[in-house]
Design a protein around this ligand. Structure first.
Ligand code: 3PG
Length: 215
C-alpha cells in the first residue's frame, strides 16, 4: 500500500511507541513531541487510557500523524479509526484484522516476522509490515535476510522492540526499513511524571540523528 501517511512516517523515520495511563496528559504529550520535531506517535491500546488519548489528540491536533498500536481485534481497528487514528499497527495479523482495516480504510501496518507472514500481509495489500520484537528476532541481520526475496514486491519494514538511539542508525541503514518504532523517546514513566521537556529533548535528539544519516 503506497500511502501518503506511510510516506510521511518514512520521511520522519521514527515512530514513538506510547503507553499512556492518563488521557488528560495526551495533548501535552503530543505538543512535546511536536516541539521536538516529531509530530508522530503510535498510542498503544495496552492501557485503558489509550482510546481516550487518541480522541483527545485527534481533536487538538488534526495534522498530527496519529497512530494506534497493539491492535489485536477487528473491533479495536474499527474503534481507533472512528476516533481519528490515521494509521493502525498490530504486533501480528489475521485475516479478520486485515479485513477490518480495509473496511475502515485505515492504513495498516501488520506485524510479520516470517516470509509466510510477509506474504499474507502483501496479499492484503499491506506492503509495510512491523517487525516485532526486532532485537529478539535477530535484529538487522534477520531483516536483511527476510527482505531479500521480497525486493520486487516493494516491501517496507518497521522494526520495533529493542530499538534505541544506539542501534537506530543500523536499522535505518537498511533500504527496506521505512522507519523504526520505540518507546525510548517517551517512556511510560516519563509520561506518568509529566516529564515533557525530557520527551521533547529525546525527540529532538533522535530527529537530529536521523537527519544526519543519508537515508
Ligand atoms: C512496540 O510495541 O512497538 C514495542 O513494545 C516497542 O518496543 P520497545 O519498548 O523495546 O521500544
Amino acid at each position: 500500500m503506497t500511502n501518503r501517511i506511510l510516506q510521511q512516517i518514512g520521511a520522519l523515520g521514527i515512530v514513538p511507541v506510547i503507553e499512556i495511563e492518563d488521557a488528560k496528559q495526551a495533548v501535552d504529550l503530543a505538543a512535546a513531541l511536536k516541539e521536538g520535531g516529531l509530530p508522530v506517535m503510535e498510542i498503544t491500546l495496552r492501557t485503558e487510557a489509550g482510546l481516550a488519548a487518541i480522541s483527545a489528540i485527534a481533536e487538538a491536533f488534526p495534522d498530527f500523524l496519529l497512530g494506534a498500536g497493539s491492535l489485536l481485534t477487528p473491533a479495536q481497528v474499527t474503534e481507533v479509526a472512528a476516533r481519528g487514528a490515521k494509521f493502525g499497527v498490530s504486533p501480528g495479523h489475521s485475516q479478520l484484522l486485515l479485513d477490518a482495516a480495509a473496511q475502515a480504510q485505515l492504513p495498516f501496518i501488520p506485524g510479520a516476522v516470517t516470509p509466510s507472514e510477509v506474504i499474507s500481509a502483501l496479499e492484503a495489500g499491506c506492503t509495510t509490515v512491523k517487525f516485532f520484537p526486532a532485537e529478539a528476532f535477530g535484529g538487522t541481520r534477520t531483516i536483511k535476510s527476510l527482505a531479500a526475496p521480497f525486493a520486487t514486491a516493494g516491501i517496507k519494514i518497521m522494526p520495533t522492540g529493542g530499538v534505541t538511539l544506539s542501534n537506530l542508525k543500523d536499522y535505518l541503514a537498511i533500504p527496506e526499513v521505512l522507519a523504526v518504532g520505540g518507546s525510548w523517546i517517551a517512556t511510560r514513566e516519563q509520561i506518568r511524571n509529566s516529564n515533557f521537556a525530557q520527551i521533547s529533548y529525546a525527540a529532538r535528539e533522535a530527529v537530529s540523528l536521523v537527519s544526519s544519516l543519508s537515508k
